[in-house]
Design a protein around this ligand. Structure first.
Ligand SMILES: [Cu+2]
Length: 404
């Protein structure tokens, strides 16, 4: 499957540019039109009595309708915002035809409230309600997710933010909660079945081949035998890859372009949660150092980085101070890409500039796509002169895997 013109490409091109650039599907990905940005904060629930309802729903990502399971009608589930020292009562109604559960990841609570079926509670039966009730002894960024079947993969995950009882030692003017995840048009059950059928290799397009071995392009026979003995592929950090996943930021795909607004000079706290089923992300905001101030809900001695890798289920809080000139507009000078419309040509600057969702989330695999395609796409892309990343269509991402 090479990069062919498909119906979605044509529709996208047609819809966005009135048909004049329907052929944009032939342009390299960095020149593709995308949404101007969706600046929509996560729905939030708070207080001492919270009602959460689990339902099947459709999640539309990058214009593709996919099966999903959401809470209160959304994926990710609503942000649960609590205060250290409070008690919380969460009534969770399961409208599915199967058992469900919610596990409060990282929260210190009585074991009966932990939410892992078969271990510490019986699960939430189909079409019934379970009431969790526990005191809040801690503060920080956490998350919650289903612990039943493949429901978490389907969208049953959401962030938790607990504000400290006293003054927060971390000063900030504004915050954005950023939930990273991976979502497929396939259900988790289909994915799992395919993995079983193919010995875990179904989504791995980087497997060694016999022709590669004979041509001396791949590892030596001896190494290959070693991998064989371990019954592993040299490229199996994640069993499921970008060949089926779309990488989401707050439930939006790369083309939806979730956008976090800020005013120049503000100290912006980004609370980043990796709620993916499989995917580790490399997170970077080009030209903008990030100061990590919290990891998995624990405040840490601040450390400033250009990029960090976040594993599945981890959370990191970072502080960024973006000034007007360095980010956003810079991209415009680089060629007027619509994604970076901090200011639109011929119009006044908007009040806020923006952090680009695509630049925030650098999936490990998508990052690799770009390397593979660099020669074709003439190097770096809109985000970043150094690497750039090709958000990639599913048919491109299938090339995403390489060695560990
Ligand atoms: Cu967990």
């Amino acid at each position: 499957m090479s990069r062919n013109l498909n119906r979605r490409d044509v529709m996208r091109g047609t819809a966005m540019l009135g048909g004049t650039l329907a052929m944009s599907a032939y342009l390299p990905a960095w020149a593709q039109p995308v949404s101007r940005g969706i600046a929509r904060p996560l729905p939030t629930v708070s207080g001492t009595n919270i009602a959460l309802t689990i339902d099947r729903m459709k999640l539309v990502m990058d214009g593709i309708t996919t099966p999903a399971i959401g809470v209160n009608g959304t994926v990710p589930a609503p942000l649960v915002r609590l205060q250290e020292g409070q008690n919380v009562r969460l009534a969770v109604t399961n409208n599915l035809d199967e058992d469900s559960s919610i596990h409060w990841h990282g929260l210190i609570l009585p074991f009966q409230m932990d939410g892992v079926p078969g271990i510490s509670f019986p699960g939430i039966k189909a079409r019934s309600t379970f009431v969790y009730e526990f005191p809040i002894f801690q503060s920080g960024t956490y998350w919650y997710h289903s612990h039943s079947g493949e429901q978490e993969q389907a969208g049953l995950y959401g962030p938790i933010v607990i504000d400290p009882a006293g003054a927060d030692p971390i000063a900030f003017d504004r915050e954005h909660v950023i939930v990273l995840s991976d979502h497929s048009e396939m259900t988790g059950e289909e994915i799992f079945r395919k993995l079983k059928q193919m010995g875990g290799a179904y989504f791995n397009y980087q497997r060694p081949t016999l022709s590669g071995l004979l041509a001396g392009r791949e590892m030596r026979l001896k190494d290959r035998m070693e991998w064989g003995k371990m019954r592993m592929d040299p490229a199996d950090i994640a069993d499921v890859t970008g060949s089926t996943y779309t990488f989401l930021v707050n439930g939006f795909g790369p083309y939806d372009n979730w956008t976090g607004l800020f005013r120049p000079g503000e100290r912006v706290r980004l609370r980043i949660v990796n709620a993916a089923a499989q995917t580790n992300f490399n997170v970077r905001i080009p030209d903008l150092p990030m100061t990590v101030v919290q990891a998995d809900g624990q405040n840490v001695r601040p450390v400033t980085v250009d990029e960090f890798q976040i594993g599945v289920a981890e959370t990191f809080d970072v502080i960024v101070i973006a000034d007007h000139d360095r980010h956003g507009h810079g991209h415009e000078r680089d060629g007027g890409d619509v994604r970076y419309g901090g200011r639109e040509p011929g119009r006044k600057a908007r009040a806020g500039s923006h952090v680009d969702a695509e630049c925030l989330a650098q999936p490990v695999e998508a990052h690799r796509v770009e390397r593979a395609h660099r020669s074709r796409n003439e190097g770096g892309r809109r985000c970043d002169g150094r690497h750039g990343w090709d958000g990639g269509r599913p048919d491109e991402r299938r090339y995403a895997r390489d060695g560990p």
